[in-house]
Design a protein around this ligand. Structure first.
Ligand SMILES: [Cu+2]
Length: 150
């Protein structure tokens, strides 16, 4: 019963955000991959879609995490490491992907409630003061990959 409700909620948000609304600032395909190691940070990914004007994503917050940072994986001399980002540019009309091996969210202390619900509500804060609330699908290690919405 609960599972069905969650699946419906997740697919509804995909429907709402994937209708190709031209120049509207929004984000979709948000997922949080829980760390397999208790205490280690989890990683968050999503697609950021630009609006009419160039903006920057300047912060991401959630009431149900201890800490969340924007990171970028960078390779130096064949070694991958992560750098903390102050902001992520989101050019008008362009899509910026937060994805494995690139820009991503690093999330500490995802709450038990969100884990159980399978969704983590987070707020994206942009340089033009826009705020967008989005539900990210919370995935445990070993969960099948999210069914693609395309
Ligand atoms: Cu990171």
């Amino acid at each position: 019963m609960n599972k069905i409700a969650v699946m419906l909620a997740a697919s509804t948000s995909f429907l709402l955000t994937s209708c190709g609304q031209g120049d509207i600032l929004f984000a979709d395909k948000a997922v949080v991959n829980l760390s397999p190691v208790e205490g280690n940070p989890s990683a968050g990914y999503m697609d950021l879609h630009g609006g009419r004007v160039d903006v920057e994503l300047v912060g991401v917050t959630s009431d149900d995490v201890l800490r969340m940072e924007m990171h970028e994986t960078v390779e130096k001399d064949g070694m991958a490491s992560m750098a903390k980002l102050k902001s992520i540019p989101v050019p008008a009309g362009k899509t910026v992907k937060l994805e494995p091996g690139g820009k991503h969210l690093m999330i500490w202390g995802v709450g038990e409630g969100s884990k159980k619900r399978g969704l983590l509500t987070m707020t994206l804060i942009y340089s033009n003061d826009d705020r967008i609330e989005i539900d990210a699908v919370v995935k445990k290690v070993g969960d099948p990959a999210t069914a693609s919405e395309e």
